[in-house]
Design a protein around this ligand. Structure first.
Ligand code: KIV
Length: 337
């Protein structure tokens, strides 16, 4: 069984992030330096995906870049990532934003919702993501009760996400009730992404993960909240779990980019959870998730094959074993020991 990750990147780490103009790869063609030559990613339909999508201009994305993209009508792709390796993968794929989401409570920690996640957890994961030095803007989620108690606590906790977690922006869930918080954070020069609609930290108030904004009153409230959050200083807004017509109305009423998840095609960008889009998570199947791969099956098959080979003695063979040291070892050999 040939797996794409058998062939590890041979180029030094810095080759994932060439300086502007350094990349010899013409746009739109398969790049050479991340995965050096074939085999192609086996789960893409043939010919559909280059191995490296990172654009030629690889300057760091910031909040201004995103506003400019919205003005140009260029869609924004955001994915969650929770560690160094997933951040490298997202960055190599060329996404503009990485979210260190509190969904890590579910997909990494195995909780049934996001409520148990702590500021320490987000700091820990954000540090790993930023160690990948991605071109994408890294947004860290403010977990449940890290910003709801007081604006002073919100600023202190958001400050930790930037100072210790090295995030470049934070995201908070909620509408008009957090305008002072958004103001205090932006006054402290902490860029804030808002998040309205199905806000998972309110799962108990909603009585489950339910689509929001279906009644006239709640739709009206969401449109108002979105406008208020923009005026309070948010640089972008996640719209989650709302009807696509409402997401379109909100998007058209704002001048900051909206990033949808379960909010239809009319947002300025989209976000998906890493484990969902790659099919690593295969128990939950929300309607809005599109799986672009089936890594759960790929990983089980790989580990099962490894197990069979261990049991049969086929692994390790001599190709994966060290021989005795050569009699006249070179200096390099001696240093290997
Ligand atoms: O925590 C998260 O991953 C999120 C996205 C689902 C928007 O908030």
């Amino acid at each position: 069984m040939t797996l794409y990750y058998r062939k590890r990147p041979t180029a030094p780490k810095c080759s994932m992030r060439p300086a502007d103009g350094d990349d010899p790869t013409p746009p739109g063609t398969a790049g050479g330096d991340l995965l050096d030559g074939p085999p192609p990613l086996r789960y893409y339909p043939p010919g559909s995906a280059p191995l490296r999508e990172r654009p030629m201009t690889s300057s760091q994305i910031n909040v201004k870049t995103l506003l400019a993209m919205r003005r140009r009508g260029e869609k924004i792709a955001m994915v969650t990532a929770y560690d160094y390796h997933s951040a490298r993968i997202c960055d190599a794929a060329g996404v503009e934003m990485i979210l260190v989401g509190d969904t890590l409570g579910m997909v990494i920690q195995g909780h049934e919702n996001t409520l148990p996640v702590t500021v320490d957890d987000i700091v820990y994961h954000s540090r790993m993501v930023r160690r990948a030095d991605p071109r994408a803007l890294v947004v860290a989620d403010m977990p449940f009760l890290s910003y709801q108690v007081s604006t002073a606590e919100a600023v202190a906790n958001a400050g930790r996400l930037l100072k210790e977690g090295r995030a470049q922006a934070v995201k908070i869930e909620g509408g008009r009730e957090f305008l002072n918080t958004v103001g205090a954070l932006t006054d402290a020069s902490i860029p804030v992404m808002g998040h309205v609609g199905l806000t998972p930290q309110s799962v108990h108030r909603f009585g489950g993960f339910r689509v929001q904004g279906r009644s006239e009153d709640s739709a009206k409230r969401l449109v108002e909240d979105a406008g208020l959050l923009e005026r309070a200083g948010c640089f972008s807004l996640v719209l989650e779990g709302i009807p696509f017509e409402l997401a379109r109305e909100i998007t058209e009423s704002l001048s900051i980019p909206t990033i949808g998840i379960g909010a239809g095609p009319h947002c300025d960008g989209q976000v998906l959870v890493f484990h969902d889009l790659l099919g690593i998570e295969n128990e939950l199947k929300p309607k809005f998730v599109k799986k672009y791969a089936d890594l759960n099956d790929v990983m089980i098959a790989a580990i099962a094959e490894y197990r069979r080979e261990v049991k049969s003695g086929a692994f390790p063979d001599l190709d994966h074993s060290y021989g005795a040291a050569p009699r006249r070892a070179s200096r390099a050999d001696r240093e290997d020991d």
